[in-house]
Design a protein around this ligand. Structure first.
Ligand code: B16
Ligand code: MG
Length: 220
């Protein structure tokens, strides 16, 4: 039976991808690196330091851990500053409605994000009250596709992975859910999240009615 829902943040609850892109682009321009939307798409769902590594590899640059962390911090400062502009109007269409519906139906709800800025994003959206448990970039060390963040969230909800549905917009996020033994809902195009148990193009289509209809036997 499905008793809990675990949501990724960026790309599922709100679209911070554009803000991440702008912050990485600023850092890349300052350092004369090549960086475009194609590279940015590879950063979806992976941690800040792993993202930094992808960008450095793409540019054939090798740096020590301290220099890498310093650059990643610079990017983070730009990104965090841009979060100040985020408001409760910035949910992805359908996300707030689904979270509200889950609350009224009494499901357990957790966040399972790779971001270390998840609390700040939830605060800007005024979304904290929708979540019983916050799993974020501070909760585990191994980032997606390791299933650790979702296992952490399920354990805190006192649920088994088989009792939870994970919502993800990243290929590696869906990989993580599957490796962990969770049911999965992919948000986005087939070539990115087509391996999820159920897929919607947008969160607006991902209503509780549709989800229940698909996983009929798992809802009583
Ligand atoms: P931060 P998610 C991920 O969030 C983003 O998709 C990814 O692009 C970002 O690098 C990562 O968080 C780390 O974010 O720099 O704020 O710690 O999709 O797992 O909610
Ligand atoms: Mg995401």
């Amino acid at each position: 039976m499905i008793k809990g829902f675990i949501f990724d943040l960026d790309g599922v609850i709100t679209d911070t991808a554009e803000l991440h892109f702008e912050a990485w682009k600023t850092l890349a321009d300052e350092n004369g690196w090549d960086f475009d939307r194609e590279i940015n798409d590879q950063l979806r769902g992976i941690s800040r330091l792993d993202s930094m590594q992808v960008i450095l590899d793409h540019n054939g640059i090798s740096l020590d851990e301290i220099a890498k962390a310093d650059l990643a911090n610079q990017k983070n400062e730009i990104y965090v500053k841009s979060l100040d502009e985020m408001t409760p109007a910035d949910y992805l269409p359908g996300a707030k409605e689904l979270l509200t519906h889950l609350r009224t139906e009494g499901f357990a709800v957790a966040l399972g994000s790779s971001s270390k800025n998840a609390e700040k994003v939830l605060m800007q959206l005024n979304a904290r009250a929708y979540f019983d448990v916050i799993g974020d970039g501070h909760s585990v060390t191994q980032s997606k596709p390791a299933p650790d963040i979702f296992l952490f969230a399920a354990e805190k909800l006192n649920l088994q992975p088989s009792e939870c549905l994970v919502f993800e917009d990243a290929e590696r996020g869906v990989d993580a859910a599957k490796i962990g033994g969770f049911h999965s809902v992919g948000i986005g195009p087939k070539d990115r999240v087509g391996h999820a148990d159920l897929r919607f193009d947008t969160m607006e289509q991902a209503t509780l009615f549709e989800v229940k209809a698909h996983f009929k036997e798992l809802f009583s």
